[in-house]
Ligand binder design. Structure first.
Ligand code: ADP
Ligand code: MG
Length: 612
């Protein structure tokens, strides 16, 4: 046989590999924790609906345990949950096919999308269960559903597959039902993944990427040897009254003879995720970083949110709740394609007393214009076993919907005032959606219209209120020119606008489809009517200025430009009869005009031609 050759990667390739692998490796633990969380949520929901399921006092949790090989390098990482578990059939269909998994989304996107879309794919899409094989040569999944009247004694099964296998096997767990309920995933780590056996690394990784992936406690098994002093008999006899004395005595003793110690093996389950969940905490105590990581883990978005708002309130019918609403950094591509309500199911997570209830608000979903909002709402005073149908009849959902909308608007309004730079980003992404809101959401129309921005002949972006503030004296209308699809520049250069520009008026340049609809829909803003400058009947408003004022202004101008006039007169005394200030011009700096009583320029040209 040909001997194997060993090659080193070119340095760039090695670097790239490292980046990709690091990024991917971060993914696996996040995915497995997220699956465990889903399984726990499913169990809790099932038990809420069906009282024959119990999850007992042993609680709902996720555990992580690293087991080093006793006889050499390598080892296993075991991630277990006490969730809904999987029957043998489910093991096969859920883990053996891509039909339901996030991975199939990933593949569909990776195969269809253009190169630009691929950069973020690794982060944006969960690789799901299969990310295990990034770090493991072999994966065992032991799983057993909870006991139920249908199956009072379920059998624990194992799914097993290796990284380079194109097949997998399932079999009854030879250990019997060790789990009682739930799933245990054993990763037999690749040699170069041995870092994951170090509890410190696991702790870092979980707190960095996954501490918000679950609302259930995540525990890490840790063990260490500790040297503890051996208690002496004298000390044991000390009573509480003379305890202080005893300590002093001990210190004195130390100086004479060494304290005897013994080695104790300490085992501990350390909780890795913060408690309580961040929406239950005081906003003052939550860092931006925590809000961002919580968002990314909860809504499975690789990018950071643009803005968020964390608040508590009362629904109006006596249900108190806490909520965080988030503005994602981009609008889903399908936003303008989907008609009607948002179809996404993860956008609004409704919880009752920390328990996830539903993402489906049915007819009380947010309206189209706001359907991009991601929110988590936790209601305190609802019964845990509410169904969506009951919720709807309690008006709670309707009230929550309008509260959320109000808070979105408040948040954006505040952002516009306090952080114009960020608000500009919001405009870039959601500008059109806000216009849609101003057209469709009659109840919030005024507030939404105040959040919309338009291009004008004077500024890149102007709010209606800013327009009104900057109006000229006597101006009674908001001028606009609308032509969908034209560039702002082309609109600004149009003859209709030129006249107004020259007179110092601001003209809104509307080139988005919704712009004109919105303007016509509202008709007025702060008492000023919208006026299309391309339409007849245009009044500037300054015709009505006080003749006294006008005269004063003319005089001022005359005085200001007198030196220039004198200079030009002197320079051109053989060419022109006079040099005067004019208000006839729009954009040109000067023009030569025929004398009121003289020949027109054309006639003069003809005369000089015949004279020669
Ligand atoms: P996704 O989570 O997007 O569905 P995954 O590849 O992560 O895709 O998981 C595939 C399926 O396997 C899940 O939908 C779920 O039905 C099942 N599954 C995975 N992990 C667990 C678990 N810990 N407990 C119960 N079921 C699980
Ligand atoms: Mg998953």
């Amino acid at each position: 046989a040909v001997p194997k050759e060993k090659h080193d990667y070119q340095s760039d390739v090695a670097r790239l590999r490292k980046i990709v692998i690091n990024r991917l490796e971060d993914v696996f633990i996040r995915e497995l924790i997220s699956n465990a969380n889903d399984a726990l949520e499913k169990l809790r929901l099932t038990a809420l609906k069906d009282s024959s399921y119990h999850y007992g006092a042993d609680g709902l949790n996720i555990t992580i345990k690293a087991v080093k090989n006793s006889d050499g390098p390598g080892g296993k990482l075991i991630i277990a949950d006490t969730g809904i578990g999987m029957s043998p059939e489910e093991l096969t269909t859920n883990l053996g096919t891509l039909a339901k998994s996030g991975t199939s989304d990933f593949l569909a996107r990776a195969e269809s999308s253009d190169a630009t879309g691929q950069g973020n794919l690794i982060g944006a899409f969960g690789l799901g269960f299969y990310s295990s094989f990034l770090v493991a040569d072999r994966v065992y999944v032991a799983s057993v559903p909870p006991k139920s009247p249908k199956d009072p004694n379920p059998t624990q099964y194992v799914f097993s597959s290796s990284a380079d296998d194109s097949s997998f096997e399932t079999y009854p767990d030879p250990r019997g039902n060790t789990l009682g309920r739930g799933t245990e995933i054993t990763l037999v780590l690749k040699e170069d993944a041995a870092d994951y056996l170090d509890p410190k690394n696991i702790m870092d990784l979980v707190s960095k990427h996954s501490s918000f992936s679950s609302t259930f406690p995540i525990y890490l098994f840790t063990e260490r040897d500790e040297e503890v002093p051996v208690e002496d008999e004298e000390n044991e006899e000390v009573t509480s009254e003379d305890a202080d004395e005893a300590v002093v005595e001990e210190v004195e003793e130390k100086e004479d003879k060494p304290v005897k110690t013994k080695t104790v093996h300490v085992e501990e389950w350390l909780q890795l995720n913060p408690e309580p969940p961040i929406w239950m905490r005081d906003p003052k105590d939550v860092t931006d970083d925590e809000y961002e990581r919580f968002y990314q883990a909860t809504f499975k978005d690789y990018e950071e949110p643009l803005a968020w708002h964390h608040f508590a309130g009362d629904s109006g019918s006596g249900v108190s709740f806490r909520a965080i609403i988030y503005v994602p950094s981009r609008l889903d591509e399908s936003f303008w394609q989907n008609q009607g309500l948002s179809t996404s199911t993860v956008d609004v997570r409704l919880m009752v007393k920390r328990v996830f209830i539903t993402s489906d608000l049915g007819e009380d979903s947010l309206p189209k214009w706001a359907s991009w909002v991601k929110a988590i709402i936790d209601a305190e005073d609802l019964p845990l076993n509410v169904s969506r149908e009951t919720l709807q009849s309690t008006k709670f959902l309707k009230q929550i919907r309008s509260i959320i909308l109000r808070h979105i608007i408040q948040m954006l309004t505040k952002l516009a005032e306090e952080d114009p730079e960020k608000f500009n980003k919001v405009q870039e992404v959601y500008g059109t959606a806000l216009k849609l809101g101003a057209v469709e959401d009659k109840k919030n129309q005024q507030k939404l219209a105040a959040l919309t921005r338009f291009a004008s002949n004077k500024r890149e972006r102007v709010a209606l209120d800013e327009y009104v503030e900057g109006k000229r004296k006597g101006q009674k209308q908001i001028f606009y020119l609308a032509d969908v699809g034209k560039s702002v520049k082309a609109l600004g250069d149009s003859v209709f606008v030129e006249k107004l520009t020259a007179r110092g008026y601001e003209v809104l340049l509307l080139n988005e489809p919704l712009d004109e609809i919105l303007v016509q829909n509202m008709r007025r803003w702060k008492g000023m009517a919208f006026q299309d400058v391309a339409k007849a009947g245009l009044e500037f408003g300054d015709e009505e200025t006080d003749p006294e004022d006008e005269k004063k202004e003319q005089e001022a101008q005359k005085e200001r430009f007198q030196p220039l006039i004198d200079y030009l007169k002197e320079q051109a005394k053989d060419l022109v009869r006079d040099v005067v200030i004019s208000n006839r011009l729009v954009t040109s700096p000067c023009a030569i005009v025929a004398d009121k009583f003289g020949y027109t320029a054309n006639v003069q040209k003809m005369m000089s031609a015949s004279n020669s």
